[in-house]
Design a protein around this ligand. Structure first.
Ligand code: ADP
Length: 476
């Protein structure tokens, strides 16, 4: 089976969140299972800089009147998964982020940028493929590749089947309908049964309408997005297509995330001996200017600082937790107000709270290893990877029972417990659960068995990659 995995970010080339980790690990796992899988990604400057041995394999015009683009071919660093790069410098070689400019606003031509990506994905799955390889399955991820199933459907050639994975339904790629023409979409598809979503051209809606199968990144989230509360307006369509919707839990990339081999750690460890984890904690405390105290419960957060992640609730209960002797380390960036409030907290609690507002891959690994308890009180969480990294690193997570958090963590009250769970999205419920986690941390044997349960749990990609293969086979 030839599978094209289309994504707007992939680790270690470009990353803003979990999609990049999934885009690196799932194709690699599919390749190990014997599939001919290739990636398609935009040629952002940093992708072109980091990717070695690129070859031009095609030059063509994507939309009428547009300058020619190039398709480059290379191999992903570390895994050797083949990757096609859409080299269109006018659209992708820009300073700042893949979706936004420096001040946090979306690039005004995002519709064209990702419309082009989607169109090229569809071409690679049809007779018009610009290279001597044609996908049987085009696997799209989030709104940025959501138009690909529409282009495939509207194409009269023999074409590939498509799968649309929803990593976060809150991001939909909704644009003015004037984009239809430049994106070479017929006005006839601007309909409720097409690409239209409440008067807008919606990339995600297009993907959900036209894809042969829809996957969400956890079974619980697959159910949640079919409800009014959590469907962000897409629940009607998803409920109507219920038979085509499934949930496949993400895994973690154990080559990147393993405390026994992690290149970002000075003190590595595994489940047979957790002693070096304490050295990692001390090193982290020292480096971040926290008081070096071996037994002060160190709470860790690595996250986008957004409403979704529930970190405003955490702010409300932190003073009590800190006054009780806990320490906090936060790594994250996002909403300006949350960034500011966390920075103020760090000023108020010198030596007890450390806040780093930037993206820092190495520090994220060091926090995962050095913290005692990882906090993830998300209001909603399609899958979430950090709770799995936490479990894998012997840093039990505190999570709200939602989406992938509900599917991947078992509560400490159970024999196979791996973390601490709460239901209500309130500061009081979060506070009670963190206090319970700290109490457990002070009960060494109990905490140790929780750590071991988490470290021994299979959170790798193999089983989930196998489920994706079964799904591809059903529609091929
Ligand atoms: P989401 O995709 O919603 O942001 P996930 O938990 O699925 O959440 O994945 C987040 C990924 O991004 C993880 O690999 C996490 O370590 C990483 N991450 C988030 N913020 C930062 C940051 N400031 N620095 C480094 N890594 C970060």
């Amino acid at each position: 089976m030839k599978i094209l995995f289309v994504t707007s970010e992939v680790h270690p080339l470009v990353k803003t969140g979990g999609l990049a980790d999934v885009s690196a690990a799932l194709p690699a796992a599919l390749q190990v299972l014997g599939e001919d899988v290739r990636l398609l990604i935009p040629g952002y400057s940093r992708v072109l800089e980091k990717l070695e041995n690129k070859r031009i394999v095609a030059s063509f015009s994507v939309f009428p009147g547009q300058p020619e683009v190039k398709l480059l071919s290379a191999k992903m660093p570390d895994t050797d998964v083949p990757v096609y790069v859409l080299d269109a410098p006018l659209y992708f070689c820009r300073v700042a982020g893949p979706y936004q400019y420096e001040l946090g606003g979306d690039w005004p031509d995002n519709a064209m940028r990702f419309g082009m990506l989607s169109k090229v994905a569809a071409m690679l799955g049809s007779a018009a493929s610009p290279v001597a390889w044609r996908a049987d399955i085009v696997h799209c991820n989030d709104w940025q590749s959501g138009l690909a199933p529409a282009y495939l459907h509207l194409n009269e050639d023999v074409h590939a089947k498509s799968v649309m994975t929803i990593h976060n339904i809150a991001f939909q790629g909704n644009f003015d309908r004037d984009w239809l023409e430049p994106l070479n979409l017929p006005q006839s598809c601007f309909d409720m049964h097409g690409v239209e979503f409440h008067g807008y051209l919606s990339f995600l809606k297009a993907g959900l309408h036209y894809a042969d199968r829809i996957v969400s990144v956890s079974p619980t989230y697959a159910r949640e997005i079919q409800t009014t509360e959590m469907g962000y307006g897409m629940q009607g369509l998803l409920t109507a297509r219920n038979g085509d919707v499934s949930g496949i839990l993400n895994g973690i990339d154990e080559n990147e995330w393993d405390p026994a081999t992690d290149k970002h750690l000075s003190a590595r460890y595994d489940s047979r001996d957790l002693t070096p984890k304490a050295d990692g904690k001390m090193a982290l405390q020292q480096r971040l200017g926290l008081e070096v105290k071996a037994r002060a419960p160190l709470l860790g957060v690595v996250s986008r600082l957004t409403y979704q992640k529930g970190l405003d609730m955490l702010l409300e209960c932190l003073p009590k937790l800190l006054d009780g002797g806990a320490q906090l380390v936060v790594l994250g960036s996002g909403e300006a107000d949350l960034e500011r409030r966390y920075q103020q907290l760090a000023q108020r609690y010198p030596g007890r709270v450390s806040v780093t507002v930037r993206f820092d891959e190495a520090l994220s690994h060091q926090i995962m290893a050095g913290a005692d308890i990882f906090l993830m009180p998300s209001r909603f969480e399609p899958c979430g990877l950090n709770q799995m990294y936490g479990m894998h690193y012997g840093t039990p997570p505190v999570v709200r029972r939602t989406g992938g958090l509900a599917d991947s963590v078992s509560d400490a009250s159970l024999e196979d417990g791996t973390g601490f769970m709460f239901d209500e999205a309130t500061p009081a419920a979060l506070y009670r659960t963190v206090v319970a986690a700290i109490d457990c941390y002070r009960d060494l044997p109990r905490f140790h068995s929780l750590q071991l349960n988490g470290m021994r749990r299979d959170v790798g990609w193999r089983a989930s990659a196998q489920k994706y293969i079964e799904l591809y086979r059903k529609i091929e």
